[in-house]
Design a protein around this ligand. Structure first.
Ligand code: HEC
Ligand code: HEC
Length: 340
């Protein structure tokens, strides 16, 4: 009797070890870790058309935090993509110049790991981070500046002029070079998480519930759309794929020209509420339920939802250390702020 029990429990342990190893192998076929090795990481994040250099990243960081890129001198990239708050603003629809809400009621996605998106924006209309960064500066509901205004403000500051010359040589100070510097900075905003250690082979990096959640995330079919380094950000898909999105009346976003939405990355998703393109969903549990219903046509039990949410906790990464930049002084002839 005892021996039989022992054999039984040994078989069970061996069996569950086999399934766990199997899960890891399957996960490795779907996701890729953010490499610890700097050379490997550079292969993933660098842009040959705008190579990352320490000086460029430093300049980009200044510009990212510089409110003087906005018409009012009050709004920076960090206003809506707050690096202390998961790279988001925590409101449903983004709020910009003159307290204007995004006209389509769009929610600010996080800038952390956005380098792993194959395209930028909910509808993927920007090819990369450099192109993306030029948009909000001159967008009326965001920073509301003009190309001429920002170039003038930078050129009026001798310190900035010197830094731009160091980084870009003869290339003119313009929205393009500003976009390049900010883009290079954003490329460094990657966050390694316990899930990366798991993918590298350390199965204890995920606890039991997180492991169950990972298994559900794979078995239920979330990985048809959310895969790769970012656990998303690799394709366009229809949303809702089936049924009706219960908050479809919030805003009027309809996806790209084909009615498709970029599948968002899920890294740090525990820190970026509210959820979905219109920021109408405040809990991760509800977002997961909506995904199950509208994208997979299934209903998950409360336990299954809790397990998947636990798995998402393992995607919460360590943020790069960012020293608050001290920005160049005002130039004597700079364009004054206009809050109207
Ligand atoms: C007023 C708030 C606001 C400001 C200011 C702002 N953004 Fe955004 N950002 C948004 C919103 C809203 C979106 C989504 C809009 C869309 O998809 O059409 C977005 C999208 C993005 C994305 C795409 C991420 C993804 O997952 O697709 C990046 C990257 C980004 N912003 C970076 C920046 C940078 C860099 C700046 C400063 C130059 C900036 N943002 C200024 C609100 C803002
Ligand atoms: C058919 C493709 C598809 C499948 C399957 C799918 N998703 Fe999504 N997911 C999307 C798209 C597209 C969005 C963005 C929808 C929007 O806001 O317009 C999204 C958004 C999300 C969000 C919110 C992200 C944010 O930044 O607000 C979460 C969380 C999420 N999915 C989790 C899951 C989970 C968990 C599953 C499995 C139960 C799943 N998804 C299955 C395509 C999919």
């Amino acid at each position: 009797m005892r021996v039989q029990n022992l054999i039984l429990s040994l078989t069970l342990v061996a069996g569950s070890m086999a399934t766990e190893a199997d899960l890891l192998t399957r996960a490795r076929g779907v996701f890729k870790p953010i490499p610890l090795d700097q050379a490997e990481l550079m292969k993933l994040i660098d842009n040959p058309k705008n190579p990352i250099t320490p000086e460029k990243v430093d300049l980009g960081k200044k510009l990212y935090f510089d409110t003087r890129l906005s018409k009012s001198n009050l709004i920076s990239c960090n206003t809506c993509h707050n690096l202390s708050l998961g790279g988001v603003d925590g409101v449903g629809a983004a709020i910009g110049h003159k307290w204007m809400a995004n006209p389509h009621h769009l929610n600010s996605p996080t800038v952390y790991n956005s380098v792993f998106n194959f395209k930028q924006f909910w509808d993927g209309r920007a090819a990369d981070l450099e192109e993306q960064a030029m948009g909000p500066i001159v967008a009326e509901p965001e920073m509301a500046a003009t190309e001429m205004m920002v170039a003038h403000r930078i050129k009026a500051s001798p310190e900035y002029v010197e830094e731009f010359a160091k980084v870009f040589g003869d290339e003119e100070i313009s929205l393009t070079t500003i976009g390049k510097a900010i883009g290079a900075f954003e490329r460094t905003l990657v966050t390694r998480a316990p899930f990366d250690e798991y993918l590298e082979g350390n199965q204890s990096a995920l606890n039991e519930q997180e492991t169950r959640g990972l298994k559900l995330f794979m078995d239920k079919g979330c990985i048809t759309c959310h895969s790769g380094v970012g656990v998303g950000g690799t394709m366009f898909q229809k949303f809702p794929l089936m049924g009706k999105y219960k908050y479809e009346n919030v805003g009027d976003f309809k996806g790209n020209e084909n009615g498709l939405t970029k599948v968002p990355i899920l890294r740090n998703i525990t820190q970026t509420a509210p959820y979905l393109h219109n920021g109408a969903v405040w809990t991760l549990e509800e977002a997961v339920e909506i995904m199950a219903e509208n994208q997979l046509g299934i209903k998950l039990s409360a336990e299954e939802v809790a397990d998947i949410v636990a798995f998402m906790g393992s995607l919460e990464g360590e943020k790069p250390k960012i020293e608050l930049p001290i920005l160049p002084n005002w130039g004597p002839k700079t364009i004054r702020p206009n809050v109207n």
